[in-house]
Design a protein around this ligand. Structure first.
Ligand code: GH3
Ligand code: MG
Ligand code: MG
Ligand code: MG
Length: 302
């Protein structure tokens, strides 16, 4: 779900002079979490550890200077997108141009006006916040509010790699509403939409672990990703889904399967090995789902 709460951000302040670190800390400590670094090497290390929301970066520092630091930050996948704001005594337009060309989000000369620094930091953090919201929106399904296929694909790739490393099993369930065309044709598309919303909620209550994902895969199809879950456990979840749907008992006047809304489920469980392609796994789940439909629907097949 989308988080619209005002956030506390984490700022990494990098400056070799204690006086500057203190001054900048003083400006932001009431609102934000502050991390301090005295030179570039320390900044790189802390940026990777804490993934701050914004980096305030001095240029002239002994050892790794600010320019080398931003180059390193931009080279690294984990830190590339963290906005960097230079705050530096190098004040010429050429310096500023160089800093911006290296990917800095902003450039402020020293001595700085505290009110200006505060305003520019606030603007950068607002962009960070808006970007987060957009990322969340881009991963959610508009009708049901649960993750969409894009989010599922990313989670699947991540969890696949994790299970491959750990050698643990992973399970996947594809779910498809039975005789849903009839439902729409009889009770209308708006009623059909409400059923999809209810199913999304019901499926979400059937998973337990933080890494489990329920997503709308498309139309009236859902997918459930269960990392670190062997077949027997995943089948219990599939069974629970069918039982909760039956208890919910949403009338379906035109179903050839049952007088209420039902789902067919196709599951697969496997331990990822290096050469197994992801798409084959989804095809296997789809094939199991097809079997569940062929065997009479309102059931799971593995
Ligand atoms: P089966 O039991 O074999 O799955 O039959 P079915 O009727 O569910 O399958 P079919 O693929 O023929 O129909 C799927 C229906 O799902 C048709 C389409 O109108 C409906 N549908 C897909 N997306 C949406 C949606 O977002 N909202 C609504 N209300 N209906 C949708
Ligand atoms: Mg300095
Ligand atoms: Mg379908
Ligand atoms: Mg269907």
């Amino acid at each position: 779900m989308i988080n619209l709460q005002p956030q506390t951000f984490t700022l990494l302040i990098v400056d070799d002079e204690k006086q500057n670190r203190l001054l900048l800390t003083e400006l932001f400590r009431d609102e934000h979490k502050i991390i301090l670094a005295k030179h570039g090497e320390q900044a790189i290390k802390l940026a990777n550890e804490h993934l701050p929301d914004l980096i305030l970066l001095d240029v002239l520092m002994p050892g790794m200077d600010g320019l080398a630091t931003i180059r390193e930050l931009k080279r690294n996948d984990a830190t590339r997108n963290i906005p960097v704001m230079f705050i530096t005594g190098l004040n010429s337009p050429d310096d500023e141009e160089q800093g911006l060309n290296l990917g800095a989000a902003d450039y402020i000369g020293k001595p700085f006006h505290t009110a200006v620094v505060r305003a520019r930091v606030r603007n950068q953090l607002q962009i960070v916040h808006q970007r987060r919201l957009l990322e969340q929106l881009a991963s959610l399904d508009g009708l049901t509010g649960i993750p969409n296929r894009r989010h599922f694909d990313q989670a699947f790739e991540r969890e696949w790699a994790r299970c491959q490393r750990s050698g643990h099993p992973i399970s996947l369930i594809m779910a498809d509403v039975d005789h849903f065309k009839n439902y729409n044709d009889t009770l209308g598309h708006a009623a059909g939409d409400r059923v999809l919303q209810d199913i999304a909620t019901l499926l979400s209550t059937c998973i337990q672990r933080p890494a489990d994902v329920v997503a709308r895969y498309g139309g009236e199809e859902f997918v459930i990703l269960l990392p670190e879950t062997p077949a027997a456990e995943a089948q219990q979840i599939a069974q629970r889904i069918l039982e909760r749907l039956s208890t919910k008992n949403t009338p379906h006047p035109q179903s050839a399967t049952a007088p209420h809304i039902t789902l067919s489920l196709g599951g697969v469980s496997f331990t990822p090995c290096r050469n197994e392609p992801d798409s084959a796994v989804l095809e296997q789940a789809d094939a199991a789902l097809y079997q569940a439909k062929a065997q009479g629907r309102n059931r799971w097949v593995w």
